[in-house]
Ligand binder design. Structure first.
Ligand code: BJW
Ligand code: ZN
Length: 245
């Protein structure tokens, strides 16, 4: 794996940089991805688990699925991909992390100001009034309700639902304004997140993809690291730091 001079120069110039992450960045921590051979959607049907109508039809089933994943996520640790991004954030004044992940691992690695496009699995909210509910322990046989009477659901974005307005608007603005855009560990198949790299590219940004497998974005990338993010991100950052010293 080689890091180009263009990429190290861009990072050294402290230019506006956006990093879009997906499930692949957490794969090396032991969090399953969604698509592909070992992906969650290979074993579980998203129409029964990741839509609002599925939740209203069978809240117990959907909650059991989210409780299982909460438990799994609570037991894993951030990996070198997350830690490298956190370290980059300490040195680069205009680094923006935009994640599709709901697992909190960027924050646990030390990144601040992470834009969460698809919510956070640790939070709950009311289906009626959107009020947050802090209680973490949920009993699937005795599901809680809000003061308003609405059902409590995980605060994540399901298919067919709008993304949090401020999060997607800020991400789109940062994508349009950046000079360097990284797409890390995402299949780039789910919209509107999948538009962000192309927004950046159309506005002149240098597009870098980090993913062991090709995606619909690969032909448009200026530089591709066909490797796990836990290896590629430290390598890239090391090349920048080495040049600076
Ligand atoms: C590694 C690695 C390693 C492995 N290192 N890499 C326009 C066109 C077509 C369709 C639509 C459109 N606009 C909207 C839609 C509909 C839909 C959509 O995009 N569908 C597509 C599937 C076709 N989008 C929506 O419904 C969104 N809402 C919306 O647009 O509202 C407006 C609207 C409403 C109604 C109609 C029209 C418009 C909402 C999307 C919500 C997505 N929710 C989920 C679940 C979140 C909660 C939960 O966790 O349970 O979000 S689905 C799932 O996919 C999750 C992810 O965030 C998201 C993206 O997946 P991601 O992160 O890319 O993971 P994978 O598994 O796909 O890929 C992992 C990658 O990692 C792979 O490439 C590996 O190779 C790689 N990898 N190891 C680096 N070590
Ligand atoms: Zn309510």
């Amino acid at each position: 794996m080689q890091v180009s001079g263009t990429l190290t120069e861009l990072l050294r110039s402290d230019c506006a940089t956006v990093v879009l992450t997906g499930a692949g960045i957490s794969a090396e921590s032991g969090v399953p991805t969604f698509r592909g051979k070992d992906g969650l959607w290979n074993k579980f049907d998203p129409r029964e688990l990741a839509t609002f109508s599925a939740f209203m039809r069978n809240p117990k089933l959907v909650w059991e699925w989210y409780l299982f994943r909460r438990e799994l996520i609570s037991k894993v640790e951030p990996n070198p991909g997350h830690f490298t991004l956190a370290e980059m954030g300490e040195h680069l004044s205009q680094l923006h992390i935009v994640t599709q992940n709901v697992d909190n691992l960027h924050q646990r690695a030390g990144s601040t100001n992470v834009i969460e496009l698809h919510g956070n699995i640790e939070r709950n909210k009311c289906v009626e009034c959107n009020a947050p509910m802090a209680e973490f322990e949920i009993d699937p046989d005795n599901l809680p309700t809000c003061q308003c009477g609405g059902r409590i659901r995980p605060d994540v974005v399901w298919f067919g639902e709008m993304l949090p307005e401020a999060a997607i608007e800020t991400a789109q603005q940062e994508a349009a304004a950046c000079k360097l855009f990284f797409s890390v560990g995402t299949s780039a198949e789910v919209y509107p997140a999948a538009d962000l790299p192309m927004i950046a590219k159309k506005n002149g940004a240098y597009l870098v993809e980090v993913n062991p497998h090709a995606t619909p974005l690969t032909p448009y990338a200026d530089e591709v690291f066909a490797a796990p993010s836990g290896e590629a991100m430290p390598l890239i950052w090391h090349a920048v730091r080495e040049q600076s010293s």
